[in-house]
Design a protein around this ligand. Structure first.
Ligand code: ZN
Length: 115
């Protein structure tokens, strides 16, 4: 399962970061997730506790921040935010645009440690 290997990767990042910041218990891992990251959020959320089992990350909460899909419209010369659209067209002038500016994110942004 794709999401399980991602969850393991996230756990490894969180572990390494937590060690750099002392030995406090890890309470939460914050993640930015774009709609084009190719990840099923529910599957990732379900895989995370499995990946964390037996590590220092066990028991920590995975907090997923959904990043909107942002494209650049060459007609408006502006960045436009898309909803759940499948077609990449500017929502203002309908110009098709392949230029995705934001939406592929999959990154750990913050950790919460017990002090
Ligand atoms: Zn436009």
């Amino acid at each position: 399962m794709h999401e399980l290997s991602l969850a393991i990767e996230i756990v490894e990042i969180a572990q390494a970061e937590a060690r750099r910041h002392g030995n406090g218990r890890l309470l939460a891992v914050h993640l930015r997730l774009g709609p084009l990251a190719g990840v099923v959020e529910e599957a990732l959320a379900a895989a995370f506790p499995l990946a964390a089992q037996g590590t220092e990350v066990e028991g920590a909460e995975l907090v997923i921040e959904r990043v909107p899909l942002v494209v650049y419209c060459p007609s408006c010369r502006a960045e436009r935010e898309l909803g759940a659209e499948v077609w990449l067209v500017c929502p203002v002038c309908q110009t098709p645009t392949p230029e995705v500016r934001q939406g592929r994110e999959l990154e750990v942004t913050a950790l919460e440690l017990e002090r």
